[in-house]
Design a protein around this ligand. Structure first.
Ligand code: FES
Length: 579
């Protein structure tokens, strides 16, 4: 009844300003709708639903979006809305260079301005492949126009020579095997034909699965949407239902900042920890929260991590893949097992709240979604480290670390940048041992640029041949959510900006203590100050174009790597009445 009372009248719709009035401009708008072949009664007085589609031919993860967008439109028509498909930048995790993260804020900006400039009453955001999800949500939160997220869904499970395969995770595993001489070139090519077997995003608990799950927990998806595999018929039905629901949130004028609050962000972090999710989610959630003036910091992740068990047994931390998770009960099954850790009153786009969305969700396979008393690990899915090597913080994924490396002290071997690493890592003259700490500089937000997923630094071939599979590695880079190992990531401030990481030299002793949350280099303050005085800042790399904007405006990892000028403070909304 309350929702009914709060419903907009047709003349209160945002699109009415373009399509309703009897004036010269609206004549132009209506005549152009007719140019597209629509009769007045097909669009007049109806909510315009802008479907932002991140499809392109290079995003294999979104190959099914051409069909899904038609299913979303079907749902919009049936609910009495007027669907308009708007292509926005498709960000392919695999194809974009230097990294899709370099362009996350560009898609966020495009999303915000597309929603702002067109007569859109509500939007359906079609994303899935890694950065598309945070980018679309960041833009929608800034525009603050009713928004619902349609997750792309994970690809189907696949196997190779009798064993299951996991996106990313098994690429790294078999690449190491190839480095150790245990996999031929022909074997490698054969693996290439099996690792990605259908449309859909990576089916491990990488960044894509983590972020789509987070979108659902935040309240931006219809309940159950994030876990449905991309090729399951339920995915098509969810697309249609999402389109229909978009019409309703337009009438209710249910805005993203009613959904994204400090309480729902805490829920998202709790789910991230229980899922054993990607370290990348930390950067994205900080950026997203700050778009809604929620002042999220790294410390909140550590606080919540301490009290949440990891109960999703999904690769890379666990054993199974996302289609197994779906069949075991999916995200709602997992949330139901730890219901008491969430604020169940947080609203969602379905018009209910998190508690109602979870409902009576059940779990059908206890080894995939573990019971509370048999978790993958009791707590500490992600940990925030600080010390004289990372004064503003760094992160590590403890369950992905070989336990003996959780406390480690060893001499640094330093690579100045990624080309240096590639050129020298396998050189036997370096004489690395398993106790060395591999350090990579210039791999952060500005240094690389784009904070690429280089953080799982390669282990030298000759150590792989000796059976070494994990070493402590430190960088200002990110790591793919499908990666694993004792990798200290997102060191902040980054080396490019003169952070202490830039001052580390070969042979410096580095101490990692995950239990104490420490990452330190064993040099005195005086020595650090003298090295800093001798350090020369790198030359500015771009003097024009997007690169210049990126370099001038991108914040550090602990601040979310957003553009400063896109933070929540300030006003940008032009008044369409006067244009
Ligand atoms: Fe698209 Fe992994 S490459 S989600």
């Amino acid at each position: 009844m309350k929702a009914e009372e709060n419903r907009l009248k047709p003349e209160e719709l945002r699109s009415h300003r373009w399509l309703g009035p009897d004036d010269l401009r609206s004549f132009g708008h209506r005549s152009r709708q007719k140019q597209s072949g629509f009769n007045t009664e097909e669009f007049a007085g109806k909510p315009v639903i802008g479907i932002l589609n991140t499809w392109n031919d290079l995003i294999s993860c979104h190959a099914h979006f051409k069909q899904r967008v038609e299913e979303i439109k079907r749902g919009v028509w049936q609910a009495g809305g007027f669907p308009v498909e708007i292509p926005v930048m498709g960000m392919s995790e695999t194809f974009m260079k230097p990294t899709s993260m370099y362009y996350r804020n560009l898609l966020a900006l495009e999303t915000e301005e597309t929603l702002r400039t067109y007569p859109i009453d509500a939007t359906v955001l079609m994303g899935g492949c890694d950065k598309t999800t945070p980018a679309l949500l960041m833009g929608a939160v800034s525009a603050n126009i009713p928004a619902i997220f349609m997750p792309g869904g994970p690809m189907q499970r696949t196997s190779w020579r009798g064993g299951p395969l996991g996106s990313g995770s098994d690429v790294w595993k078999y690449w190491a095997e190839r480095g150790a001489g245990r996999l031929s070139c022909d074997d490698w090519c054969d693996l290439e034909s099996h690792i990605a077997a259908s449309p859909g995003h990576c089916m491990t608990m990488g960044t894509a699965s983590t972020m789509t799950s987070i979108a659902e927990v935040l309240g931006f998806c219809l309940p159950g949407a994030a876990s449905i595999p991309a090729t399951h018929s339920g995915h098509s039905r969810m697309a249609s239902a999402t389109g229909s629901r978009a019409v309703e949130i337009a009438w209710q004028n249910l805005k993203p900042r009613q959904i994204l609050t400090a309480r729902s962000v805490d829920n998202a972090i709790t789910a991230l920890m229980a899922l054993g999710g990607s370290t990348n989610a930390i950067i994205h959630l900080i950026a997203l929260a700050r778009r809604a003036e929620v002042p999220l910091t790294l410390d909140r992740f550590d606080e919540i991590s301490e009290r949440v068990p990891v109960i999703a047994n999904i690769r890379p931390a666990g054993k199974y893949v996302m289609p197994d998770f779906f069949e075991a009960g999916g995200l709602r099954g997992l949330l139901g097992r730890i219901k008491d850790l969430f604020d169940l009153a947080c609203p969602n786009v379905a018009g209910t709240n998190l508690g109602e969305a979870i409902g009576v969700a059940d779990v059908y396979e206890d080894d995939v979604i573990r019971p509370r008393d048999n978790p993958l690990c009791e707590s500490g899915s992600l940990a925030v480290l600080r010390g004289n090597l990372a004064p503003d913080g760094a992160v590590i994924k403890p369950p992905a670390v070989e336990p003996h490396l959780l406390e480690h002290r060893g001499p640094a071997v330093v690579f100045k940048n990624y080309p240096d690493l590639k050129a020298r890592i396998d050189d036997p003259a370096l004489a690395l041992t398993k106790d060395h700490v591999i350090v990579l500089q210039s791999a952060g937000p500005l240094g690389a640029p784009g904070i690429p997923e280089w953080g799982m630094l390669p282990i030298p071939k000759y150590l792989l041949e000796q059976g070494v599979r994990d070493m402590v590695r430190v960088s200002d880079a990110r790591m793919s959510g499908t990666s694993y190992g004792a990798c200290v990531l997102h060191v902040s401030p980054e080396s490019h900006s003169g952070g202490p990481l830039a001052l580390v030299e070969d042979g410096d002793m580095i101490t990692l203590n995950v239990n104490e949350r420490g990452i330190d280099v064993d040099i005195s303050d005086e020595e650090m100050a003298s090295r800093r005085a001798a350090w020369k800042p790198p030359e500015k790399r771009f003097s024009r174009g997007y690169g210049r904007l990126y370099f001038d405006e991108t914040t550090q990892a602990h601040e979310g790597c957003d553009f400063r000028f896109l933070h929540a403070d300030g006003s940008t909304d032009p008044d369409p009445e006067i244009y």
